[in-house]
Design a protein around this ligand. Structure first.
Ligand code: GLU
Length: 282
């Protein structure tokens, strides 16, 4: 059975890019006669706000995007809420930790920034956390829980991670070149995105992940987590990003293209899902 998901982060208003990605996720689930779930990714507690959560539910309903599962909350199914699932994330941390994949990292932000291998100037690739910062295999092995510490995942340095994307075609990223040891747990006591998303996509039996193409590199990291956890890897479909007039991808601050502001301007869901950005903004 096909199972897809939509997974907004309530740190701002949803924009046209979200609307299109979520509509695509709903369309692919429907075409496969499968199910779609809604998961609110609210682990960045400092930046997530209840009004953005409420706005996301309202926008999805208005766009006509329906999801399955969850108790009825006034005509909508209640979404899964990541901040209520910390026990599960701790269990996944324990499994990764027990198999020697993790180490605690006490480097300050400044130390890391000063030591980062410079990204390639010609593209927007990410700086790579240096191998010299990785401690020996024993580091942190006696810990029994993540606590208030940053934890990183040891990537197989030099290995190429390949996968097929249903929309973007064949992909390849190299550990140690495109990304280094990445955070799985944050010292504020919450899991980092990569751990939480893999833990939940697995727990929720997601068979295909549909999301924005900005997360293609993250997919390579996530594949390493699936492998370490010995879990079945879902298939991937990364939607092209909607860009603004400067060719930059839309951010939550692109308020002019928020679904709320376009709704206020009288645009219809179909216009939001199909018209070009410039027409929408005119
Ligand atoms: N919550 C993420 C975001 O809003 C999406 C994560 C995902 O789809 O894997 O950017």
């Amino acid at each position: 059975m096909y199972r897809g998901r939509i997974a907004p982060t309530p740190t701002g208003l949803l924009h046209v890019g979200h609307a299109r990605t979520f509509a695509l996720a709903a369309k692919r689930a429907k075409a496969a006669q499968g199910q779609l779930i809604l998961r609110i990714e609210d682990l960045d507690v400092a930046r997530c706000r209840p009004e953005f959560f409420a706005a996301a539910l309202s926008d999805l309903k208005w766009l006509g995007i329906h999801w399955d599962e969850g108790p009825d909350i006034g005509g909508l199914n209640a979404p899964y809420i990541q901040s209520q699932r910390l026990d599960w994330f701790q269990a996944v941390w324990k499994k990764l930790h027990a198999t020697g994949h993790l180490y605690p990292c006490d480097k300050s932000r400044r130390e890391v920034e000063n030591a980062l291998i410079a990204p390639h100037a010609e593209d927007d690739s990410e700086p790579v956390f240096p191998l010299s910062f990785r401690p020996n295999q024993e580091a942190g092995q006696s810990a029994t829980e993540p606590g208030q510490t940053n934890w990183r995942f040891r990537v197989p340095w030099g290995e190429e991670i390949c996968f097929h994307d249903a929309l973007q075609g064949p992909q390849s990223f190299t550990a140690g070149k495109d990304f280094g040891d990445f955070l799985v747990w944050r010292k504020d006591g919450f899991p980092a995105y990569e751990l939480a998303v893999v833990a939940d996509d697995h727990a929720m039996n997601i068979t295909e992940v549909v999301r924005g193409a900005d997360l293609l590199l993250s997919t390579a990291r996530q594949i390493l987590l699936y492998r370490a956890l010995q879990w079945t890897i879902p298939t991937w479909a990364h939607a092209a990003l909607v860009v603004d007039e400067k060719g930059q991808r839309l951010a939550k601050r692109s308020q002019g293209l928020s679904i709320q502001s376009l709704r206020d301007k009288g645009k219809t869901p179909t216009e939001i899902l199909t018209q070009s950005r410039s027409v929408l903004q005119s």
